[in-house]
Unconditional design. Structure first.
Length: 133
């Protein structure tokens, strides 16, 4: 499933949702998580119709049990997605310096996952994040 993240990509600062202890100190995880939860209503991607696909996406990480995932609210699931997307946006900015053609080359070489794509390389100029197959 392709999620259009153009507005989030254009407006949000990915460091608010994905940052290290070196950047934010010992409470980096708490800070970024709280930012993601608080901003989820503004950038809500999870719906009743696509929730199962988001759950499947995070289940594939192997970090959470089926029972734990089932307890997440839509806002919490979305917050985790904001963190995931933000990490990829930061990787895009750091490795490809915002250049979509360079990003595509890095993805083709296996350096990056390719879950983030779009910009000048997409048919509609929008930016997407792929979850699932």
């Amino acid at each position: 499933m392709d999620i259009n993240i153009t507005r989030f990509f254009s407006e949000a600062n990915p460091r608010n949702y994905s940052a290290s202890r070196m950047e934010l100190g010992d409470n980096a995880g708490t800070i970024t998580w709280n930012n993601a939860v608080n901003d989820s209503p503004e950038y809500m991607f999870v719906t009743a119709e696509n929730r199962a696909e988001f759950e499947s996406h995070f289940r594939a990480y192997g970090a959470w049990s089926e029972e734990e995932i089932a307890t997440w609210s839509d806002q919490e699931l979305n917050a985790l997605f904001l963190q995931d997307v933000s990490a990829k946006i930061r990787e895009f900015n750091d490795l490809a310096e915002g250049d979509w053609k360079e990003w595509d080359a890095l993805c083709q070489a296996g350096t990056c996952s390719g879950s983030l794509y779009g910009g000048v390389l997409s048919v509609d100029g929008e930016i997407y994040f792929q979850i699932g197959d």
